[in-house]
Design a protein around this ligand. Structure first.
Ligand code: 5GP
Ligand code: ZN
Length: 115
């Protein structure tokens, strides 16, 4: 836990963000500045700064996040159309919030290569 981390505060319910999914390990909520018709963030409750801070003990957590993403995609009705899961790591990767998060994007055709 980090007291001044934005996503820790969201996970603890101190900053309002209606959860689309929550359990003891992760929470999912809509991005405040959506880049697609569906833009959801899935984060661990645990404060992990970046992908580089993951270790083998977190393997199940990351797998779980992908399961939650698939579950949300089915529930929200865009699983068959398709979606994109993005994790930005460090400056050049485009990371601006220093708490591990996975973007779940859908509802439009995604471009490739990504920007
Ligand atoms: P990053 O660039 O670090 O991968 O993504 C951070 C994301 O967090 C951005 O898409 C940004 O719009 C989102 N974000 C930043 N502050 C807030 C907030 O207070 N609430 C929500 N729901 N999303 C936020
Ligand atoms: Zn945090």
């Amino acid at each position: 836990m980090s007291t001044d981390c934005l996503f820790c505060k969201i996970a603890r319910g101190e900053i309002p963000a209606p959860f689309l999914y929550e359990d003891e390990q992760v929470v999912a909520f809509r991005d405040i500045e959506p880049q697609a018709p569906q833009h959801i963030l899935i984060i661990p409750r645990q404060h992990i700064r970046t992908t580089l801070d993951l270790s083998s003990v977190d393997n199940a957590l990351v797998g779980h996040i992908y399961q939650v993403a698939s579950q949300l995609a089915r529930q929200l009705g865009f699983a068959e159309d398709g979606f994109r899961i993005v994790n930005n790591c460090n400056e050049s990767g485009g990371q601006v919030v220093w708490h591990l998060h996975f973007h779940l994007l859908a509802g439009r055709q995604m471009g490739w290569p990504p920007g």
